[in-house]
Design a protein around this ligand. Structure first.
Ligand code: LFR
Length: 522
């Protein structure tokens, strides 16, 4: 029989990927990579878990595009979703070919992406203009206008979200007078938009919908209360309720691939599955919490995580939201996860700050090699310059080295004058933020944290992993790199019956599929 395979479309803010995940069945005596490290939590000593092999079949750049308007100085920051769509279709076609070469059969397609952003559809179901990027500075100030009418505490009691300037709700308020909004008859978050283009069907997958600010976190349903309040305070948004699609939980089959695409990509009649479509939710599903902590692991305690890509999402997996006033004041979010879980976390600005420095140096015509820069940064003295990377000043694209130095100066820190010193300062600032957030998450949730997992692209940044272990005083377990794509594949495989079991069973598959690296606390 041919091996089952699934195609994960994973869209990040700086690149999109299409990955083929081939599921290899239980192999009792095989010791996969990652099994060498003594584990706790998921049963990593057990043979016999299936294994997923990920093969990249498409990769394309992404980033906000500055689009000028007619008749003025206004520039909008938008996503090139048409370019992404082209990359996705090419990647699907290549996935079909790759599956054939490997004697595998594609049994599903699923899409995850960054959160909060959305496309509007007109009455014909056609896209009304390129979706706006959450980094568009036009958003600044919108949240405050909302809070004057519906207080932060009233929001938190229902949606449980941290304050982020760009939450969907605030974007909608900022755009309430737009001509496009007046014509809108549908609203789809980015992964739901791609899923709609794949299937023709409109749904709102719940993990991503939980980042809109419009959901009741306990009910995992749209909040009539918040939608009602918003509509009465901002009459232009009174129709919002009618443009939101029905919610579905991850693992729901949305429909078959549209026949024309089935033919064009040669994938045939495969189901398109709503996965945990928020990339962070897919990533967390694939973090083997509790496994792989080598020497130095505390006896007791739960594992925290850092999902590290453009953003760093730092927190805990819980089975119920924490909606206390202390939690709100500490700006912790309760986003929804797979299988009824809650992602209790905070956004930390993440590797975006360093990546923007690299892009700025490239724009200036003196590009920097990341590997060499990190090697030099590792030789720099640590702890000399720590700034609050979560300041909104770092949100928009631009001259990040200058902004970072200005922030260092304002904070009375040693201002980094060389690139390695700057890189070191960014990483020290990130590691310090992680340590603060991990400790606070434990306090607020009432648990003792015994280890920290790092997953996503940041796994490749060994210096940051080491600094995280030092700053938290906890063992760090790094891996997998392609956590979101892996989580995406796992949910599809379970939805069609190729895998079974709960999160622990899925994470056993991750352990069998991944190389985990342990960083001792010192
Ligand atoms: C990470 C992420 C974060 C979300 C941010 C903006 O890629 O999805 O979880 O806060 O992007 O959507």
């Amino acid at each position: 029989a041919r091996l089952p395979a699934f195609v994960a479309v994973d869209l990040g803010a700086t690149s999109g990927r299409v990955m083929l995940g081939v599921v290899h069945p239980d192999a009792p005596e095989v010791s996969g990579p990652g099994r060498g490290i003594p584990g706790r939590g998921p049963d990593s000593s057990r043979g016999g878990s299936a294994r997923v092999e990920l093969v990249e079949t498409g990769r394309f750049p992404n980033g906000p595009v500055a689009v000028p308007r007619a008749g003025g100085d206004v520039v909008d920051l938008r996503w090139d979703v048409l370019g992404l769509w082209r990359g996705i279709v090419d990647g699907l076609r290549e996935a079909g070919r790759e599956a054939a070469r490997r004697g595998a059969r594609v049994q599903g397609v699923g899409v995850d992406s960054w959160a909060v952003d959305y496309g509007l559809l007109d009455a014909d179901g056609a896209l009304l203009g390129a979706p706006r990027s959450y980094r568009d500075p036009r958003i600044l100030g919108a949240a405050e206008r909302v809070y004057e009418r519906v207080s932060p505490a009233e929001h938190y009691a229902v949606n449980g979200l941290q304050h982020l300037a760009f939450t969907t709700e605030f974007q909608l308020v900022a755009g309430a007078d737009d001509a496009a909004w007046r014509s809108a008859r549908g609203l789809l978050l980015i992964p739901d938009l791609i899923t709609c283009w794949l299937t023709g069907r409109q749904v709102a997958e719940v993990t991503n919908a939980s980042t809109t600010g419009l959901l009741d976190v306990r009910a995992r349903a749209w909040s009539d209360e918040l939608l009602g309040r918003l509509g009465s305070e901002f009459p232009a948004l009174a129709g919002l309720k009618d443009v939101l699609p029905d919610l579905v939980e991850p693992g729901t089959v949305v429909g078959p691939l549209r026949p024309a695409l089935a033919e064009e990509t040669a994938l045939g009649d495969v189901p398109v599955v709503a996965v945990a479509s928020h990339d962070t939710a897919s990533a967390v599903a694939a973090i083997p919490l509790g496994a792989g902590a080598a020497d130095g692991a505390r006896e007791a305690g739960v594992a925290a995580y850092v999902s590290s890509g453009t953003w760093s999402l730092v927190g805990l997996e819980l089975d119920a939201p924490v909606l206390t006033e202390a939690s709100r004041a500490a700006n912790f979010t309760n986003e929804l996860g797979l299988d009824g879980t809650v992602r209790y976390l905070r956004n930390v600005m993440g590797l975006w700050v360093l990546d923007e420095c690299l892009r700025e140096w490239e724009r200036e015509g003196t590009p920097e090699d990341l590997g060499e820069l990190l090697a030099a940064a590792a030789e720099e003295p640590g702890g000399r310059c720590v700034v609050d990377v979560d300041d909104d000043a770092f949100l928009a694209p631009g001259d990040m080295p200058a902004r970072f130095r200005a922030a260092a100066e304002a904070a009375g820190q040693v201002v980094p004058t060389t690139r390695p010193a700057l890189a070191r300062a960014v990483l020290d600032s990130l590691a310090t933020a992680y340590a603060r957030v991990v400790a606070r998450a434990g306090e607020l949730a009432g648990v003792e944290v015994g280890a920290v997992h790092v997953a996503g692209g940041g796994v490749r940044n060994e210096l940051l992993c080491r600094l995280t272990a030092e700053a938290t005083g906890l063992p760090v377990v790094a891996g997998p790199v392609e956590a979101a794509a892996l989580g995406n594949v796992l949910v599809q495989a379970r939805a069609v019956g190729v895998l079974d079991g709960g999160l622990d069973a899925l994470r056993d598959v991750v352990v069998a599929s991944t190389e985990l690296t342990a960083y001792p606390p010192r």
